[in-house]
Design a protein around this ligand. Structure first.
Ligand code: COA
Length: 181
């Protein structure tokens, strides 16, 4: 099996936030940021796997600070964990006001990317060489994240489908909804 260093696929981009990215409130659209993050995750995943990759899931997206038009947005991405055919890319996003130099950590999240071969089938990706404590900790966090996300998926696929309406109605009786059927 091939093993590769995390530094071989680490990716950083900086992009100017132009007026076309703004929402009605004058801030940068969350969707624009997600699209940029998806591209960076792809670059990182394709460098590691040397394959075409697709996005499987995105976890932990939380916009901590608004991004303004005119700011510089820097996205840093590296592979935290690899499974058999998937890679978890950890990402940190920072915005900078170029005039004042003020920086804000706007977002951190995890993209799961899956490698495809030339026939469009899922394919195995190289292993990771962990070279320091941070990389080891991130690898273990990624393993935990993958286990959790699979469990969550299984709960959503089965448990809720199998519950009778009476059980579901009981579960949300104190919530902000009215049942009209
Ligand atoms: C991702 C996809 C292949 C999963 O299909 P599946 O039949 O459930 O595949 P498997 O159960 O064999 O899982 C394949 C891998 O995906 C991982 N996976 C599947 N669903 C996942 C989820 N919700 N979150 C994280 N990982 C997931 C599995 O753990 C497995 O990883 P591994 O090989 O590293 O161990 C399938 O849903 C798909 O093709 N989705 C479309 C992806 C795409 O086109 N994205 C672009 C958006 S336009």
């Amino acid at each position: 099996m091939i093993f590769k260093k995390i530094s071989d696929s680490e990716t950083t981009i900086t992009e100017l936030m132009v007026p076309a990215y703004a929402n009605f409130g004058g801030k940068v659209h969350g969707g624009v940021l997600l699209s940029l993050m998806d591209k960076v995750a792809y670059v990182c995943a394709t460098k590691h796997s040397q394959s075409y990759c697709v996005t499987v899931s995105v976890e932990g997206v939380e916009f901590l600070y608004p991004v303004e038009v005119g700011e510089l947005l820097t996205i840093k991405a590296s592979i935290n964990y690899v499974g058999n055919t998937t890679m978890i890319i950890g990402m940190r996003i920072e915005s900078q006001n170029p005039r004042t130099g003020a920086n804000h950590h706007t977002n951190s999240c995890y993209f799961t990317m899956l490698a495809k071969n030339s026939e469009g089938e899922n394919c195995s990706v190289p292993g990771l060489i962990l070279e320091n404590e941070i990389q080891l900790r991130r690898f273990c966090e990624g393993k935990y994240l993958k286990k959790n996300s699979m469990e969550k998926r299984n709960v959503l696929k089965s448990d809720f489908k199998d519950h009778a309406n009476e059980v579901l109605i009981e579960q949300c009786k104190d919530d902000k909804c009215e049942i009209h059927f």
